[in-house]
Design a protein around this ligand. Sequence first.
Ligand code: DQA
Length: 145
Amino acid sequence: LEILLLNGPNLNLLGRREPGHYGHQTLARIVEGLEQQAAKAGVTLTHLQSNSEAALIDAIHATNADLVLINPAAFTHTSVALRDALLGMALPFIEIHLSNVHAREPFRHHSYFSDKAIGVICGLGADGYRYGLDAAISHLQKQQT
Ligand code: DQA
């Protein structure tokens, strides 16, 4: 089983970016924890963070993953193209946000992804990635049996 983790624009700044919204953990530390979690479950985790919409779309087109865990970041609220890439590849995905987007500016309340996601996790900080990976693994294991 393979899971592709995608992180969108500005998430490379985690740790120093608006810690009130996004916490103090760096993306490298989050990904390190997820890699350990995946390894324990015998799942391959591949990761891409990009500030470029095109790079994220290309990664979706190129992947052999069974499921995508994605924090589209600001593209959540803007990108029909990224949505279409996931749908075009028929890739099941789980949407993750560190912050509770519903408690923030109105323009963050709409997502181009949520209506097609298996599930959405938001507002639980970096732990949300751990919960998302856990949910992804059980989802895939259920399909296998
Ligand atoms: C985010 C929420 C988005 O609104 C914002 O543009 C981000 C990060 C989050 O993880 O809380 O960059 O996806």
